[in-house]
Design a protein around this ligand. Structure first.
Ligand code: SAM
Length: 238
């Protein structure tokens, strides 16, 4: 047997509406909150019974947004600055022979809305609408290893960019505070990661960037090595 057909067991509802600015791995933006809506054949509280004992979960999912673009044997991981080439299986690239991803996320609880079962999660790195193939509990005795070697260094404080909110953005945050109480922290954690292409780092940059979180269009610029949030506009506003 060399071909397999899987049905999605759920779909992600995520604040990340586009690939740009999604963190490169889960856990980097703890304030990112989303949920999994179970597919009809799994839409039963029984399928998640006992999951409340696990604070963290593995999600196995499909890189649905990029799967049509295919794959190449070698890729340039952004984490290495985008210059070095590595074999696809030596990386966590989205462009793979089987476009499958895996992320550890925080379990924030199971609940129902009417007949629909949801699993609330946080610290995700997944695009809105990502199809989920499987959910498994994270097992530290097996999954959290010590003495591990990797070519990918752990992001540290010095990699993080400072973030400030311009007066207009501060006013807009105030107006949105009932609807999105954690928005300032969420934006800050996303922009601390510096979502720009790796080659832009530590270079003069005049460009205004924009990202889509929830129904918001958020623009920022780099001023004196600080990400300055300029505007937070609802996409429905004129
Ligand atoms: N943690 C996963 C892994 O290691 O398999 C994903 C790592 S991948 C480098 C993370 C990136 O995948 C994110 O920055 C985002 O741009 C992209 N991504 C997230 N959801 C996606 C989707 N449904 N389709 C395509 N790309 C996606």
């Amino acid at each position: 047997m060399s071909e397999f057909v899987f049905n999605q067991i759920g779909i992600i509802e995520s604040p990340y509406q586009q690939k740009f600015a999604i963190p490169r791995q889960p856990g980097l933006v703890p304030a990112a909150k989303g949920r999994i809506k179970l597919s009809s054949h799994c839409n039963n509280l029984d399928t998640l019974k006992g999951l409340e004992r696990s604070s963290h979960l593995w999600l196995i999912f499909v890189f649905h947004e990029t799967m049509e673009q295919g794959w190449k044997p070698m890729v340039r991981p952004p984490r290495l600055g985008g210059n070095e080439k590595m074999g696809v299986f030596a990386t966590r690239s989205t462009f793979r022979p089987n476009p499958i991803g895996m992320s550890v996320v925080r379990n924030e609880g199971v609940y129902r809305e009417g007949k629909q079962v949801y699993l609330q999660i946080s610290a995700l790195d997944l695009l809105n609408g990502t199809p989920i193939l499987d959910i498994k509990p994270y097992l530290p005795y097996s999954d959290a290893l010590t003495g591990v070697q990797t070519g990918f260094s752990q992001p540290n404080e010095s990699d993080m960019m400072a973030v400030e909110f311009a007066p207009l953005a501060q006013q807009q945050l105030k107006r949105l505070s009932n609807q999105y109480p954690e928005l300032p922290l969420f934006i800050e954690q996303v922009l601390q990661q510096d979502p720009r292409p790796a080659y832009k780092k530590n270079k003069p940059d005049e460009k205004t960037y924009a990202m889509s979180l929830y129904d918001l269009n958020i623009s920022w610029r780099v001023i004196a090595n600080t990400n300055q949030v300029l505007e937070i506009a609802t996409t429905t506003s004129p």
